[in-house]
Design a binder for this molecule. Structure first.
Ligand code: ZN
Length: 306
């Protein structure tokens, strides 16, 4: 009877209850939920919703006592949209120093902009890419507790959807010397679980020696990271049309400077760039497992001379 009772009650465990058992950090979910809330209106660059998102990230950076590299953690920039129109974007940037002041940099990127709304239809962008920004905040919080061999920079980039303008701006602005950047870790779409529960670490060939450190499997099998370094191989994992993954997100800007990168993402899915990309459609347990996997890899890489 008791056994039967357990089986039955197990069937009715809500996602919330499972989250508690798996120890999902509530602040990870709060950050994702807030950034993808109706109030933020899909965070289109230049919009009021985007401003709210930028303010939220700024407050979180401040709470974590991360260091600013610019006034108020902001890096505003102009970019050309179409032939005639000039738009303004705003990266939110913080840093965490290494114990050695001459250490090189590892730069995290996660774009916070998304598609905005058309009429009353909101593109919430929970997976794309509130998930990457919330993961970056979570990882920053954990790295803060450690002695680090690299300087870490955390950039919530803007105007990614319009053409990777935020990451391009960071690199051309010489806020840090690009020669001192040894790795870009780009987080873009981490929270919708594919059937295989795979997370892809699409990486530059230079990261091949670290394949074993990157291929982390969470103890409980909730998420497995796959190292991929060829575009053909990445496309073979996707059933959709062919995509040039090397240029699909902010890591492309680093690639142009010949800076090695790891781009973490689940690939495209049915909610991608639709109004169904909502908080309700993310898998919280998979998401936490993915964030843990990435954090574990970063902690391992921190011990190597990249
Ligand atoms: Zn994206």
């Amino acid at each position: 009877m008791l056994i039967k009772f357990f089986i039955i009650s197990g069937l009715f465990l809500s996602t919330h209850a499972i989250s508690q058992i798996y120890n999902v950090d509530p602040s990870l979910l709060t950050d994702l939920k807030t950034l993808s809330s109706p109030k933020m209106q899909g965070r289109k660059t230049g919009s009021h919703g985007s401003k709210l998102a930028a303010d939220y990230i700024t407050v979180e950076f401040r709470k974590l006592k991360l260091q600013p590299l610019t006034k108020n953690y902001q890096q505003t920039f102009k970019y050309k949209s179409g032939f005639f129109s000039i738009k303004q974007g705003n990266n939110i940037i913080s840093s965490l120093p290494a114990k050695n002041p001459n250490a090189p940099y590892i730069v995290f990127t996660a774009h916070y902009d998304h598609l905005g709304h058309s009429g009353s239809k909101i593109y919430y962008g929970a997976d794309d890419n509130a998930s990457g920004v919330a993961a970056m905040l979570n990882i920053a919080k954990r790295l803060k507790q450690k002695e680090l061999n690299y300087h870490y920079i955390f950039i919530a980039t803007d105007a990614e959807e319009a053409g990777l303008y935020g990451s391009k701006e960071f690199l051309s602005s010489n806020l840090v010397n690009t020669k001192d950047i040894v790795l870009n870790i780009n987080l873009d779409m981490l929270a919708v679980a594919p059937k295989s529960r795979s997370l892809y670490a699409f990486s530059s060939k230079k990261m091949k020696p670290y394949k074993a450190l990157i291929e982390v499997q969470s103890i409980d099998g909730h998420a497995k990271t796959h190292f991929i370094s060829s575009n053909r191989q990445m496309n073979a994992k996707q059933k959709k049309e062919k995509i040039d993954w090397r240029n699909a997100s902010d890591h492309a800007s680093f690639r142009k400077y010949k800076i090695p990168y790891i781009y973490y993402g689940v690939g495209t899915h049915k909610n991608y760039h639709t109004s169904n990309d909502t908080f309700e459609n993310i898998d919280t347990v998979f998401y936490q497992a993915v964030v843990n996997n990435i954090y574990q890899t970063v902690m391992s890489l921190d011990n190597y001379r990249l």
